[in-house]
Design a protein around this ligand. Sequence first.
Ligand code: HEC
Length: 156
Amino acid sequence: MTSLKSAAAVLLMLPTIVSASGQEQLPPAEPYCQWQVKNYAIEQPLCGYTGSAERGKKIVSDSHAGNCLACHRLPIENIEAFGTIGPSLEGVGSRLSEGFIRLRVVDTRHINPASIMPGFYRDPKLINRPARAYIGRTFLTARQVEDVVAYLVSLK
Ligand code: HEC
């Protein structure tokens, strides 16, 4: 009887544990910055941030952040396998403009409505039924997007 009771107590506690740990992993949602598309490009950096290529390189290979390597090849050492679903991004900075790269990362559907690439900075209000912890959030923060863009632009 006692063990049954304590088992029930544990079960009742579970949802709290899960949501508490879910929130621990995520910093508070940041205010969303609007962006504008002109001629298949977003010319203005999100929220006016200046990106860091060094941080961007870490974000593209972090499977909990950009996870770009799941679909793209990039010039990063010590990676065993790259995804081949998307084109290689080696030398992308000399092929594509910064504004076009930013739009690709922010919301690729403006370029290819059928794309399977996730929109990393779509308006959270337009995301259908997000998991509770993700309400009001974008996949990457504005700063992370600018870091990734700075990194891709540096790949000449
Ligand atoms: C689920 C797979 C997937 C993921 C994850 C993904 N992409 Fe893509 N990406 C694609 C595909 C597929 C294309 C080809 C164009 C299309 O279908 O829209 C593409 C195209 C691109 C392009 C344009 C390349 C060109 O040569 O025209 C860029 C830049 C890009 N992705 C950057 C990124 C970055 C940066 C990340 C991570 C933050 C990322 N992608 C994550 C699938 C993905």
